[in-house]
Each structure stands twice: as structure tokens, then as C-alpha cells.
Design a binder for this molecule. Sequence first.
Ligand code: SF4
Length: 376
Amino acid sequence: MVESKDIREKLAKIRRQALDLGFEGFGVAPPDVAGAGEWFQQWLAQNFDGEMQYMKRGEAKRLDLDRVLPGVKSVICLSTSYFTTPRTLEFLEARETGDISNYAWNLDYHDLIQPRLRDLEGFLAEVFPGCRTKSYVDTGPILEKPLAEKAGLGWIGKHTNLLTEGVGSYYFLSEILVDVALPPSGAAEDHCGTCTACIDICPTGAIVAPYVLDSRKCISYLTIELKEAIPLEYRKALGNRIYGCDDCQIVCPWNSYAVATEEPAFQRREGVNKLIELMQLDDAGFRSRFRKSPVKRIKRRVLLRNVAVALGNSGQPEAVPALTQALSDPEPLIRSHAVWALGELMGPEALGVLESALAGETDATVLAEIERIKTV
Ligand code: SF4
């Protein structure tokens, strides 16, 4: 059919343009999330989304893409690699530095990918004059992983990240919804086989069954999404992780195929993760150190909460002065986690420091933490 040949040629042009813009993976999915939608509803029903209220708020749109872009006919799914350096679990041995998830080692990916998406939307408008589009990179309610799987970009692994044969999983997903019917690419197949490496390594047992993540236990959730106290039962498991966790990806055999990107925005920035220095950051220092970084999104109070836990796990007595200073921080969340960390580092001797530094303390969470230490 002439029309079919024409649309395929147009699609090939769009694909070339996407690759020229820096996207590495490209595929087209129909705007149908039926099976994945049911799965998502069951996941929500078990409260596996924890405090991520936006998941439930966006439920209707996630289940029906027509509510996102009326008349949508296709979803162009795209991937952008952030892999720069091979990783092992050796970082866990570091006492003085905190670990930041690979994707957040430098600049905020939204700032790189959003302009590329806008450029590709502009190109779509040239190829299909009058078409309507809507793009997302983690910026709206869309079941991006099931759609990317349907678009052939990769399969959802047992750790629930998308991964690609011969590529691995160190990449960002983004999407453009368009009201033009494009030929779908065909779904990817699952290649996890009998492997269970990600399930076995997860420090908190967050992968509660193959392909099922209880976010409330996941260290990425605990260090990034959760805004209040880190539950006591997970604090030791955090180790020195202060922003996210890559363990399930590090052990995945498919990531041994990952090819490093040369994108400057994702190359590692050195010297930003010394724990004692981080514990002493004021607001201005935090903003300056993490300017344009994804880390800035969790704000100082959450980062310093995580840093206090990492220092408590570090076994470093050199951290005691910085943690003692944090007892006078205006943020109760930071004070209460500094109390926990001092208890871990000093044992019962911490009580003397705490009782003099927190003599006028009135916050219930901080006082409860001191009482807890008394009983340990
Ligand atoms: S570690 Fe194994 S089970 Fe987990 S996603 Fe990778 S291949 Fe699949």
C-alpha cells in the first residue's frame, strides 16, 4: 500500500532524527495499557506505592492515555543512556563517602532530555503538519515501562526496571504521545530466565516477588521519595547510600554489556559526597553544591537525614563533632536522625552529649529518639 510505505518512510525519518538528537532507543507502542493497567491497580491496592501520592492521583490518566492526549494514536518511546563507568558493590566499603545513584552523578537529566523531546515534537509537526503531541520524561502520569516494553525497547526485569538485551538498564525513559497512527514496533521478550540476582542482592528485600517491588522497602524510595523519618528497621541496610540505590542493576548480568555514554552531563562529578562535609552544609551550601543536580530535588532536610544515617553506619568517630553540631539544626528531622547516628557511633556514651546538647528540646520525634536510645 502506498500509504503504508509513506508512513513507514516518515517513521524512519523520525527515528533518524531521534537518534541524531541523542536518543539511543526508539520504538512505537499502541496507546493501550490494558494488562499493565490491571497490574498497576493491584500494586496500588497493596499500598506498594507508599507515600507517593502522585501515583494514586494520576491513576485514571495512567490507565487511559486518552485523558492525557485526547485522540492519541501512538506512543513514541525513547531511551537515553546515563551509564559512564562500570560499577561494583565495592562502594559499600567506603566509610567517608556516601553513595549516590549512578543516574544522579552530575546534571539533572530533565534539563538535557526535555529540550530534545521538544525538538523531536517540532520535527513531528513538520512531518505530520497539524499533529498534536505531549511529551514526558518522568514528568507526568504514564505507565512508561509497560509502554516501552510494548514499543520493543526492552523488557521489565524481575527488579522492575526496563532492560535491553546487549544494553542493560542504565538509561532514562521518555515518551511522546501523538495523535497519528504509526506502525507499532512489536513488544520485547523477557530474557531474565532463571536468574534471581537482583532479588537476592536487594538489601531490604524490596523485590517481594519476581517483577513486584514494594517501594516502601526500596532504598531508592526511602532516600528520595520518603520525606519523613526513615523507619528504624531499614537504617542499617542503607549503609552509606545517601541518594538512591543501584544494587539490583549492578548485579544484573545484562549490565555487563552496557556501553559508556560520552554525554558530559552524566560524567561523574568528584568530591561532592564526603559525608562529614555534607553533614555541615547549610542551605546556601546545599544549593551551591547540588545546583542543577537531581539531588537538589530532595532538598537539604532529606539529604542531611540520609547523611546522618550513613554517618551512623560509618563507624567513624571523626563524625561525632559534625553530628553533635547537627543537634542544633532547625530541622527536627535532621536532629532526630543525628541522635540515632550518635547512638550508633557512641553507644550509651551518646546520652551525655545528647542530654546537654538537647536540654531545651521540645520536638516529640527527637525526644522519642533519645528515649529509645536509653532503652537500647
Ligand atoms: S538480575 Fe537477573 S532477574 Fe534481575 S533483572 Fe537482571 S536478568 Fe532479570
